[in-house]
Write a protein that binds this ligand. Structure first.
Ligand SMILES: [Zn+2]
Length: 312
């Protein structure tokens, strides 16, 4: 058997670990509830339990180390969690040090969006693209940038904060400090909010109801022919396309992958994204850039974390 590492995805709901070969195959998995409400000791012992469970499946083969993808913001150089919104108990926790003393093996920590990108570049949509950007559309807009096969961090680990480029200089204030950030328009949460606002202000003809509105409901209405729901996807895709033009101008990546629940809307989202990118992108670049869907789903984070451990 080839060399093994463990990749961990620390989510707000579940902690998931995978035993991964150096060719990117997940050969064992284990998950447990994260329970941030029970404090940091419980979250850390949950990670250690998941890691030990998958290592049992290694059958005595050497496991070289552990990579952990955790919610940001965090310090990837020292493996310190800073202040994730959904896990207040973990603020300031030295996750790398704590896990290394518990597991007695090397541990590397990075933010979950970076590691999803690293995973997609290694085994997914970016497999043939050493210059690769991954944009994850969820409650926020996260991202990771791989340049010449290396994950980019910047000076303090905040490279590829793709959700916080401005697309409206006069737009609403974002919690990050900027105004009119991409995240305020094209995250799943933002798309629902914009749709609801439009319904309240303009009373369009639509089958949608403001109560319990989700991107899935908007998608299903659009597929069923609802013109208002279709227009919301057109607008969201157009705004995302405008953001991608700027991001590609800076990164010069050859493949952009869109991940997260909203990306599952397929052509409903991708068509306006690609059309806007073709209309506005840089001549000589836009013709060669591919905008694709991520292919790994939830496994991207585990694989990226394992790849981080291989390189650590
Ligand atoms: Zn922002």
């Amino acid at each position: 058997m080839s060399a093994l590492t463990v990749g961990v995805d620390l989510g707000g709901t579940n902690t998931r670990a995978g035993l991964v070969t150096d060719t990117g195959e997940i050969v064992a998995r284990f998950r447990c509830p994260t329970r941030p409400d029970l404090g940091s000791d419980r979250v850390i012992s949950g990670i250690a339990t998941c890691v030990r469970q998958v290592i049992r499946e290694a059958g005595g083969a050497e496991v070289r180390g552990v990579g952990v993808g955790a919610p940001g913001p965090l310090d990837p150089f020292n493996g310190v969690i800073i202040s994730p919104e959904n896990m207040p108990c973990m603020h300031g926790v030295r996750l790398k040090d704590r896990l290394e003393s518990s597991l007695e093996m090397p541990v590397a920590v990075d933010n979950d969006a970076n590691l999803a990108a690293f995973g997609e570049q290694w085994q997914g949509a970016g497999r043939k693209a050493p210059h690769f950007l991954c944009v994850t559309l969820g409650t926020g807009v996260g991202g990771g940038w791989v340049c010449n096969g290396e994950l980019m961090h910047g000076f303090n680990g905040n490279a590829a904060e793709v959700g916080h480029i401005t697309i409206d200089w006069n737009g609403p204030r974002c919690p990050c400090g900027n105004r009119g950030c991409l995240e305020l328009y094209v995250s799943a949460t933002a798309m629902v909010r914009r749709t609801r606002e439009r319904m309240e202000n303009e009373s369009p003809r639509t089958v949608l109801t403001a109560d319990g509105l989700t991107t899935r409901a908007i998608f299903e209405a659009a597929e069923a022919g609802d013109a208002f729901a279709r227009a919301m996807f057109e607008e969201t895709g157009t705004l995302l396309g405008i953001g991608l033009v700027s991001l590609v101008s800076v990164t010069n990546v050859e493949v952009v992958a869109l991940c997260g629940g909203l990306a599952r809307a397929g052509e409903r989202l991708f068509a306006p994204v690609r059309r806007t990118f073709k209309e506005r992108g840089t001549v000589g670049v836009k013709e060669r850039v591919q905008i694709l869907a991520g292919t790994l789903g939830d496994d991207a984070g585990i694989l990226g974390a394992a790849k981080l451990a291989i390189g650590a």
